[in-house]
Write a protein that binds this ligand. Structure first.
Ligand SMILES: Cc1cc2nc3c(=O)[nH]c(=O)nc-3n(C[C@H](O)[C@H](O)[C@H](O)COP(=O)(O)OP(=O)(O)OC[C@H]3O[C@@H](n4cnc5c(N)ncnc54)[C@H](O)[C@@H]3O)c2cc1C
Length: 465
C-alpha cells in the first residue's frame, strides 16, 4: 500500500554533519531531488562527491510533493516554441522526457514504491479548439503520448460539472514522493556519495581552480560547486536566491472516504487543472491526496485544511462532508520565465534550481545533464541559456506573485463559472428545441388525425348520401 502521511518514513537514517575539512571533485549544496540526482549521476561517472544539506534530506518540497511525474515543463509547449524556436523547444522537451524515464527506472529499483499510471489535465473552461491545438503540438510535434478526452468521457470518471474536456497522458505516473527522495539518498550513498545533514553552507569562494565552501564547523575544497538549494540557498549566493520567487504550496490527505469516493472519482491517476489550481489523486484506495492553496509567504499548513475541504466540496459536492486527516506544505522557487535554471554561472560554479511546480522529471533531467556536462563535456545545458537569471522582484515580487495567483484563481473561477453557465444555457436551449420539435410533431400528428377523421366523415357522408 502506498504511504501517504506527511511524516517521514520511520526507517529514514539521520546523517552526521560535516565536522572535518574535506577535499572532493564535486560539492553539491542541497539534498533535494535536484542535488541528489546530480550527486548520484556524478559518482556513477567516477567523481568523488559530497552533498551538504542544511537541514535533513527531503524536508522541503522534494519530500512533500504529490509525486506526479509529467512530461515537459511547467510552461506550455507553445510558449517554449515562441521563446526558443521549434527545434530547440523539441530538444528541451526530449530532455524533460528523459527525466521522466529516469525517475521511472530509478523508482522501479526501490523497494516499496508503487507506481500508478496516467494523468489527466482537465480544463475548467469549455474551449475545445485549444485542446486540439495542444494535442497537435504535444503529440505530433513533440512525440508525447497524449489522448484528447471529450467532456462526456471526463465526466464518466470525474463526477463534477466543473471540468470539461481533458488531455490524458497515459505514460505519466505517480510515485510516493518521500520514499523516492529517501531512496535516492540511499542509492547515492551506496554508490559512494557522502551526504552530510545539518550542514548549512554559509559562504563559497568560487575563484581559482579549487573552490572553497564554508560551513559553520568545517570547510570543503572542490573543483566544481553545484548550487541546488532552491529558493533556500541564501548566503552562498544572495544574488541567485533573488532570482527565484519563493512559493509555498499546501497539501492535505483526507480521512478514508469508503465507497462514496469511487462514486465521485473513478480515475486512478492524478488530476490537475489547466490553470494549476487543484491537483489530486486517490491514495490508499479510498483517500484523496489534494494540493491547492499557494502563498508567497510561509504559512501554517493547518490553516489551509478548511480551504482544501471547501475546494473538494466545490468540485465534488456528491462526496458530502470530507474530513482532513493531515496537512503539510512545501516551498518551491519559481523563475520569472517559468523554466528551470540549469548551467554554468562561472567556471566551475553550476546552478541547478528553479524547478517550480513540476520538479520531479525536471530535477532528474537537470541532475543528469549537469553530471554529463561536468564529467563528459556534454554542453546541452546551453539549451537553457535563453532562460536567463532574472531578478524575481524581492518583496514587491512576492506581493505581485500573490496578487497574480489570486487573480489567476479568480479569473479561472469566473471563466469556469461562465463555461458552466454557457453549458447550462446550451442544455436549456436544447431542451427548448426538443420541446418545440415535440410540440410541432404532436401538432402535426393531431392535424393528421383530424384530417383522417374529416376524410373518414366525408367518406361516410358520401356513402350515406
Ligand atoms: C505541495 C507540493 C506539491 C508538489 N507536487 C509536485 C508533483 O506532483 N510533481 C512534480 O513534478 N513536482 C511537484 N512539486 C514540485 C517539486 O516538489 C519541486 O520542484 C522539487 O522538489 C524541487 O527540488 P529541489 O531539489 O530543487 O528543492 P528542495 O526540495 O527545496 O531541496 C533543496 C535543498 O537544499 C537545501 N539547502 C538550501 N540552501 C542550502 C544551504 N545554503 N546549505 C545547505 N543546504 C541548503 C535545503 O535545505 C533543501 O533541502 C510540488 C511541490 C509542492 C510544495
Amino acid at each position: 500500500m502506498e504511504e501517504s502521511s506527511a511524516n517521514p518514513p520511520a526507517d529514514v537514517p539521520s546523517r552526521q554533519g560535516l565536522t572535518f575539512d574535506l577535499d572532493v571533485d564535486i560539492c553539491v549544496i542541497g539534498g533535494g531531488l535536484a542535488g541528489l540526482t546530480m550527486a548520484l549521476e556524478s559518482v556513477r561517472k567516477g567523481a568523488s562527491v559530497a552533498v551538504l544539506e542544511g537541514r535533513s534530506i527531503g524536508w522541503n518540497a522534494s519530500g512533500h510533493n504529490l509525486g506526479t511525474v509529467m512530461p515537459g515543463y511547467g510552461v506550455a509547449a507553445s510558449d517554449l516554441i515562441e521563446r526558443v524556436g521549434f527545434e530547440d523547444a523539441r530538444h528541451l522537451w526530449t530532455l524533460a522526457q528523459e527525466g521522466a524515464d529516469y525517475v521511472r527506472a530509478t523508482a522501479a529499483r526501490m523497494p516499496g514504491i508503487a507506481l500508478t499510471d496516467g494523468a489527466l489535465e482537465v480544463s475548467r473552461v469549455d474551449a475545445g479548439d485549444e485542446l486540439i491545438s495542444r494535442l497537435q503540438t504535444l503529440g505530433e510535434d513533440f512525440g508525447t503520448e497524449v489522448e484528447g478526452w471529450q467532456t462526456d468521457r471526463v465526466r464518466e470518471v470525474l463526477k463534477t460539472d466543473r471540468y470539461f474536456h481533458a488531455i490524458h497522458f497515459p505514460k505519466a505516473f505517480q510515485i510516493d514522493a518521500r520514499s523516492y527522495v529517501h531512496g535516492l539518498a540511499a542509492l547515492a550513498e551506496s554508490e559512494g556519495v557522502r551526504i552530510f545533514e545539518d550542514t548549512p553552507v554559509v559562504g563559497i569562494d568560487p575563484a581559482g581552480i579549487r573552490k572553497r565552501v564554508f560551513t559553520p564547523s568545517a570547510k570543503l575544497r572542490c573543483s566544481h560547486v553545484v548550487l541546488a538549494g532552491n529558493a533556500h540557498l541564501g548566503a552562498p549566493s544572495q544574488r541567485l536566491t533573488a532570482t527565484l520567487l519563493p512559493t509555498w504550496r499546501y497539501a492535505a490527505l483526507t480521512e478514508p472516504l469508503a465507497e462514496r469516493l469511487a462514486d465521485a472519482v473513478a480515475f486512478q491517476g492524478s488530476v490537475s487543472d489547466t490553470h494549476g489550481i487543484d491537483h489530486f489523486r486517490i491514495v490508499d484506495g479510498d483517500r484523496l491526496l489534494w494540493s491547492s492553496p499557494e502563498t508567497t509567504w510561509q504559512g501554517d499548513p493547518r490553516r489551509y485544511a478548511k480551504r482544501i475541504e471547501s475546494r473538494i466540496a466545490a468540485i465534488f459536492p456528491k462526496l458530502g462532508p470530507v474530513k482532513i486527516a493531515d496537512t503539510w506544505g512545501g516551498m518551491f522557487g519559481q523563475t520569472v520565465h517559468g523554466m528551470p535554471q540549469i548551467g554554468e554561472v562561472q567556471p566551475g560554479l553550476w546552478i541547478l534550481s528553479g524547478f517550480g511546480r513540476q520538479g520531479l522529471n525536471t530535477t532528474a533531467m537537470g541532475g543528469q545533464l549537469l553530471a554529463r556536462s561536468i564529467l563528459s563535456g556534454d554542453d546541452r545545458w546551453r539549451l537553457f541559456s535563453p532562460f536567463e537569471l532574472v531578478w524575481a522582484g524581492g518583496s514587491a515580487g512576492r506581493i505581485a506573485g500573490q496578487a497574480i495567483d489570486l487573480w489567476t484563481r479568480g479569473h479561472s473561477a469566473t471563466a469556469g463559472a461562465l463555461s458552466r453557465f454557457r453549458e447550462r444555457a446550451r442544455s436549456r436551449e436544447q431542451a427548448r428545441e426538443y420541446a418545440t420539435e415535440a410540440r410541432i410533431a404532436s401538432a402535426k400528428a393531431q392535424a393528421s388525425v383530424a384530417r383522417q377523421h374529416a376524410s373518414a366523415a366525408m367518406h361516410e357522408d358520401r356513402s350515406r348520401g
